[in-house]
Design a protein around this ligand. Structure first.
Ligand code: APR
Ligand code: ZN
Length: 375
């Protein structure tokens, strides 16, 4: 508590612009204002979405920015009016907040919140930043910014979790795992005995595989252009894997032959509009459901024959697996601690925080599933 109310100087990985390595810098982190929480980050995952901004595939963020949105930490201090969190609490920052007051928050079937930062404003609710570096304000990233030793987050974007939760695993519940797992169990609501196809076997797709298996699917077909992903997918529950490059016909035709005309559920976990159409076409007519999980590059559009829907296929999409973040992340943590599922298989690398650029290299070269940065 000795730093409460004071500026904290600490290390952060600052992104000064796209196409540049992150720069480990000393930054100043201002104390939390009313309804804000300052968090000491303990562990953070590197997600493909962070890389989408660095690579320029998504181009909306303002620089300089502190990226990272998949982490876990300990509350250092709280601003005025924060009643449900206190210093010492273990927490997960939430890139989809839950204000519990807006139209979406009040709808039991939605997990969006009017107060999310989908427009990448990068500032706190009062329009200012809590981060400065070399005298310049630094933007936050989707209300979270986990690539820093300390961050400040709005109270609506923090889930309090079990103090005994394994930090080096539950950080993945802040994005990748929850996104994939929820897409299977909550958005698709995969039924026992069904057939699923998962396009893209990165951290998100493998989390879909874990969700389909937990839900009791009897066939889980992994699809990836990189066959080196297949062993891990099978370890986590895929019953078979297909590489589109090994076939002359389109992947949807390959899957149709394998599955008596199509799958019950397909999941797009690549972020490619072409794969989205293939995933929809892979669904069985009359009953198949396609879930869009991947984030496609800025300004791209999908085009498909509407007859695909008229003939009884459903297409859905969701962020964060449809989970209401503040309410459901603590339950996901309890389920992990009760061994209802495991995220061990997703963690391929662990690195000290200041080796973050190495972590991005492992992701870009297709070597890692998830690298956990330890602070
Ligand atoms: N068909 C099948 N698989 C493909 C294709 C394709 N056309 N193109 C790429 N892939 C595979 C890659 O080989 C890789 O294994 O998709 C996988 C994507 O995995 P990651 O890059 O590790 O991404 P991940 O973190 O799983 O995120 C996937 O979800 O949240 C979003 O922004 C994220 O859009 C991204 C997607
Ligand atoms: Zn809301």
């Amino acid at each position: 508590m000795e730093a409460a109310g004071k500026v904290i100087k600490c290390k952060a990985a600052v992104a000064w612009g796209p196409h540049k390595p992150l720069s480990i810098e000393e930054i100043e982190v201002a104390p939390p204002k009313a309804h804000e929480v300052r968090i000491k980050i303990v562990a953070a995952g590197i997600c493909r979405s962070d890389d989408h901004f660095l690579s320029g595939a998504l181009n909306e963020v303002k620089y300089p920015v502190i990226l990272g949105h998949e982490g876990v930490g300990i509350v250092e201090s709280v601003g005025e009016g924060v009643t449900d969190l206190k210093p010492g609490d273990k927490v997960i920052p939430l890139f989809i907040p839950q204000c519990r007051e807006c139209r979406c928050c009040k709808n039991p079937n939605s997990n969006l919140c009017y107060k999310n930062d989908g427009k990448y404003i990068g500032l706190m609710a009062d329009g200012t930043s809590r981060f400065t570096c070399r005298g310049k304000p630094v933007y936050n990233f989707v209300m979270t910014s986990t690539f820093t030793e300390y961050t400040v987050v709005d109270e609506i974007a923090v889930a309090k979790i079990d103090d005994n939760a394994p930090s080096d695993q539950v950080c993945l519940l802040g994005c990748g795992f929850s996104t994939g797992y929820g897409s299977a169990v909550k958005i698709a609501q995969v039924k026992p005995g069904t057939t699923c196809a998962v396009f893209g076997l990165g951290g998100v797709g493998l989390s879909v595989v874990i969700g389909c298996k937990t839900a009791g699917a009897s066939r889980i077909i992994g699809v990836d252009l990189n066959s080196s992903k297949f062993a891990k997918a099978k370890e986590l529950g895929a019953t078979e894997c297909v590489n589109p490059k090994d076939h002359n016909e389109p992947i949807e035709e390959v899957l149709a032959k394998m599955t008596n005309d199509g799958v019950d559920y397909s999941f797009e976990c690549v972020g490619s509009t072409g794969v989205m159409v293939s995933a929809l076409m892979s669904c069985h007519f009359g009953c198949g459901t396609c879930v869009i999980v991947g984030v496609s590059p800025s300004s791209t559009k999908v085009s498909f024959d509407p007859l695909l829907l008229l003939t009884g296929r459903t297409i859905k999409g969701a962020v964060f697996g449809g989970f209401k973040s503040k309410d459901e992340v603590p339950k996901l943590v309890s389920d992990l601690m009760a061994n209802k599922y495991s995220v061990d298989g997703l963690i391929t690398h662990r690195l000290p925080f200041d080796k973050i650029n190495e972590g991005f290299r492992l992701l870009r070269e297709g070597i890692s599933i998830r690298t956990i940065l330890e602070f």
